[in-house]
Design a protein. Structure first.
Length: 135
């Protein structure tokens, strides 16, 4: 074999090895990109599920708040405003704390009753709205 042929063969082999190296690097990058894309898709699905659960919790909280506000307004309808001499701040604060304690006790009692009762027994569907129990 002549030295020129040897050098030409050697250069061709080097170019072939360089091409293989570039292809292996491209495969490595593609695999990495695919793994990142799959991780992002998983993260997006988890985020959507979390947002859906959050929205559901907010809706339940809004319904419970409306129910409690309606009960409070109904309870306050029958009461007369206190006379001017009864507007003592300390008395008002104690009365407010007492009312809050009563509401919490009622909420805890209703929550305990709700968790022990079957879901279908707790609410009744009426024209697109849920009716709270006992109404």
């Amino acid at each position: 074999m002549r030295p020129e042929d040897y050098q030409r063969l050697k250069e061709a082999e080097k170019e072939h090895l360089r091409a293989l190296r570039r292809l292996k690097e491209a495969v490595r990058l593609l695999r990495r990109r695919r793994a990142i894309d799959e991780a992002l898709a998983r993260l997006e699905r988890q985020t959507e599920a979390t947002l859906a659960a959050h929205d559901e919790a907010l809706e339940r909280l809004a319904l419970e708040t409306a129910y409690q506000e309606a009960r409070l307004e109904l309870a306050l309808e029958g009461h007369e405003p206190p006379p001017d001499d009864a507007l003592d701040p300390e008395r008002t604060r104690r009365r407010a704390q007492e009312l809050l304690r009563q509401l919490r006790d009622e909420s805890e009692t209703s929550a305990a009753a709700d968790s022990s009762a079957p879901a279908e027994a707790r609410t009744e569907k009426t024209l697109g709205r849920l009716r709270p129990p006992g109404s």
